[in-house]
Design a protein around this ligand. Sequence first.
Ligand code: ACO
Length: 368
Amino acid sequence: MLSGLDDVIAAETVLSDVDGQAGRLIIRGHSLDELVGTACFEDVVALLWTDLFPDGPSAERLGVELGAARARLFDRLRVHTAHLAELAPVDFLLACLTRVPDGNDLTTALSLLAAPAVLTPAVIRLERGLEPIAPDPTRSQASDVLRMLSGEIPRIEQVRALDRYLVTASDHGLNASTFTARVIASTHAGLVSAIIGALCALKGPLHGGAPGPILDMLDDIGRPERAGPWLEAALARGERLMGFGHRIYRVRDPRADAVKGALQGLVRGGHVDPERLRLAEAIERAALEVLARHKPGRPLETNVEFYTALLLEALGFSRDAFTCVFAASRAAGWVAHAREQMLHGRLIRPQSRYVGPPAREVRLAGSA
Ligand code: ACO
């Protein structure tokens, strides 16, 4: 049975490796644990994009060029934002991306990295009846996103938390959205086309659309003692528990703890009600216990999305825009994979096995 392409190697990459047995993520030769402690998002983008563009970017220049790209993009797209604002945030982002000229160069790549960073706060503000705020190109991506969202200078612990999330989600092997980007790039369509396709794949609830429903689950459960019965009932209805399970990981997703670490920084800074975290931890414990009983042969552990939901809520993002924040990080990996595919890959063209009826001489209804 080929459905799902489990274990099929569809690309060679120097970008990232997901070890599902050991629960380890390597990005360009650095473990995620090392990166979240030492690198900011701009460093990781420079690392991922190394040797993929003829004109850089250098790690030193990337922050400056990305800031300039945010400013350019805001000026270019501000005329479209108001009349597209009735769309759901991720569809708003997709619609705006179609206004970015397609290409394969570094300027296009920077625009694609800047777009979700600028457009996510803009669409959330429009939803709240507020005017979008122009970027400040001198700030880091994490700091500027938070400033454009709230209109205030963010606190250092908030910037660190978002930055850590952006680092954590920046790349993750050949997941569904990255594979989509590579398929599109393999036809030599431009980077904008590849990233629009990737975003379409990301928005599904089995991939990057999970965190919003996770908060709905938290709200519905409400109190720790209700977790077990609520989760049992959801499984009995045939539902999946959002934030649990992964195609590759057979142990806990290492990104879950990276994001939880960032969340704990926000708890210490007074940005999260400790009761909210205690509720989430109780639900996590109950879910792992219920899933182990429900599917004894299949390890189903916490994935990155579970604590991401709490982190993004605490930073002030609307839950219907969580997928856009994911895209603000993963665009780094999508662009790198698309460029790697264009430079070193071939057209991706697998085959399907025909299981329909054999050819026969039939006269179609209506034919003479
Ligand atoms: N809750 C309940 N049951 C589950 C879950 C879950 N979260 N995940 C898997 N299962 C069950 C399936 O129902 C299936 O059971 P069956 O064999 O009786 O039909 C079995 O485990 C295997 O499931 P598959 O769908 O084959 O596993 P797959 O590797 O395709 O699933 C996925 C991975 C899609 C992430 C899945 O675990 C899931 O739906 N999780 C919930 C959504 C979620 O959290 N998505 C975010 C993933 S992380 C990311 O993309 C960034």
